[in-house]
Design a protein around this ligand. Structure first.
Ligand SMILES: C[S@@+](CC[C@H](N)C(=O)[O-])C[C@H]1O[C@@H](n2cnc3c(N)ncnc32)[C@H](O)[C@@H]1O
Length: 190
């Protein structure tokens, strides 16, 4: 139904505009994390917790795992994953906004972690080889995509056979939301 009401580029642009406009979010998603997780983040990064849950513990990461974080925002879950996979593992965060990617790099540098890479790309077209990662995590991002099936297909392509997916996100129970909601900017980006 959504496809008929708005174009993918239109939705993506309003999501991009909404996240570009965020200046000082003051960590709205911090309540989802345990104090000992928050302590692993630089204080400046804690203001940029924008997710809706806490997916990394559900991923049961092991030292050496290669992890992909879809729509990584300021790199909060990527940093927590980087601690768990250790120096033999690696985390790649993907976000469509250059400003978010720069923020991720700055926070990773501030934390002194070098087993993280941040890439400016769309979740719908991941610049990763087939089977490149062991685990995919995501927090509050897949709901923002106009092509959610495509995101999941890309996640499965980038994951090795037998890999794991841990997602915290928003879902709806019904497909028949009114068109006023399906086309409202804050319903997509809020
Ligand atoms: C709710 S925030 C992510 C929060 C982050 N995971 C955290 O836990 O703090 C959503 C992020 O998804 C990114 N995003 C939205 N649509 C995207 C897309 N199609 N491809 C890549 N990134 C996207 C936005 O730029 C934004 O940084």
């Amino acid at each position: 139904m959504t496809r008929d009401l708005m174009f993918k580029d239109e939705i993506q642009q309003l999501v991009a505009d909404a996240y570009e406009a965020v200046e000082d979010p003051d960590g709205p998603g911090a309540r989802n994390y345990a104090p000992e997780q928050l302590e692993l983040l630089p204080a400046s990064a804690r203001r940029w917790i924008l997710g809706v849950g806490n997916p990394v513990p559900a991923a049961h990461l092991q030292p050496g795992d290669r992890v992909l974080d879809l729509g990584c925002g300021a790199g909060i879950d990527a940093q927590l994953a980087a601690v768990e996979v250790g120096p033999t593992g690696h985390v790649t965060g993907v976000d469509m906004l250059p400003s978010m990617v720069e923020r991720c790099r700055a926070f990773a540098q501030e934390a002194g972690r070098d087993n993280l890479t941040f890439v400016n790309a769309e979740m719908e077209a991941l610049p990763l080889a087939d089977g490149h990662v062991d685990v995919v995590v995501s927090n509050g991002s897949i709901n923002l995509s106009a092509r959610k099936s495509r995101v999941l297909a890309e996640a499965l392509r980038a994951m090795r056979p037998g890999g794991r997916l841990a997602v915290a996100d928003l879902t709806i129970d019904e497909d028949d939301l009114p068109s006023e909601i399906l086309t409202h900017p804050s319903a997509w980006a809020g």
